[in-house]
Design a protein around this ligand. Structure first.
Ligand SMILES: NC(=O)c1ccc[n+]([C@@H]2O[C@H](COP(=O)([O-])OP(=O)(O)OC[C@H]3O[C@@H](n4cnc5c(N)ncnc54)[C@H](OP(=O)(O)O)[C@@H]3O)[C@@H](O)[C@H]2O)c1
Length: 234
């Protein structure tokens, strides 16, 4: 697709990977809207990137419905949804509290579904569209302390396959991107320390991958793409 003037909606576009995707698509000529819950961070990102902010929580159904109203009022169209909003909580199974588990699923799974549902309704009437789900290598294999986060990304991968099966006949490309570790606020939000060094992925690498798979001619698409650091040291 040609990104020039395409309308892209990026959830969690106020920080980290989502912010970088917003910057990259905007630089390629797309008209971009971003969502986030923290109003100050959202406003700052929107101002500095020159994109349209929508203050909304993907896990809140009314917020999601308003998000699409605001996008259509502002741009009159939608070409791309990037389902990026997400976070992790990491605990042993025996220590996992219900509230943390539910919160991860509310954003990473239910939120992604609500957002995709809204986009799909628009894309079906327009007979075209793109959904990119930002999953994780955590969605490819299990690991200790991953009960909520890893399972949420397995679920996102499963939903991706279901949406693709339903929407392909409407020319909608449903794609999954699996980053491995990226230096963002993710670790701080999840409450663990992250070692920072030059060998680790930055958000820019994920944004590059997203832009590349979108730019392929609409005749084809990349179902799934994983992004690894070449030679990471901890
Ligand atoms: N960093 C990694 O190592 C890594 C690796 C693989 C995959 N990922 C995935 O990449 C995605 C982005 O993560 P990141 O590393 O960029 O994290 P981040 O720096 O913490 O950014 C997360 C973004 O999502 C927003 N957000 C979180 N919950 C939201 C909700 N319910 N509704 C709307 N916005 C919400 C945050 O803003 P507010 O808090 O203000 O809402 C923020 O803009 C996530 O899905 C994550 O699972 C990350």
């Amino acid at each position: 697709m040609d990104l020039k003037n395409a309308v892209a909606l990026i959830t969690g576009g106020s920080a980290g990977i989502g912010r970088s995707i917003a910057e990259t698509l905007s630089a390629a000529g797309a008209r971009v809207a971003i969502t986030g819950r923290d109003q100050g961070r959202l406003a700052e990102a929107a101002r500095s990137l020159g994109v349209f902010p929508i203050h909304a929580d993907v896990s809140n159904e009314q917020d999601v419905e308003r998000t699409y109203r605001e996008v259509l009022e502002k741009f009159g169209d939608l070409d791309i949804l990037v389902n990026n909003a997400g976070f992790g909580a990491f605990k042993n199974l025996v220590d996992f509290d219900r509230a943390s588990f539910d919160a991860v699923f509310a954003t990473n799974v239910t939120g992604a579904m609500l957002m995709a549902r809204g986009a799909a309704r628009i894309f079906i009437t327009r007979n075209r569209g793109n959904i990119i789900n930002i999953s994780s290598t955590a969605g490819l294999r299990g690991g200790a302390n991953g009960t909520a986060y890893y399972a949420s990304k397995f679920a996102l991968r499963g939903m991706t396959e279901c949406w693709r099966a339903e929407l392909r006949k409407y020319n909608v490309r449903v794609m999954l991107v699996n980053p491995s570790e990226v230096l963002t606020n993710f670790a701080t939000v999840a409450g663990f320390a992250q070692k920072v060094n030059e060998t680790k992925l930055r958000s820019e690498e994920i944004a590059h991958a997203v832009k590349a798979i979108l730019e392929m001619d609409d005749r084809g698409f990349t179902p799934e793409l994983s992004v690894f650091a070449t030679n990471p040291t901890d």
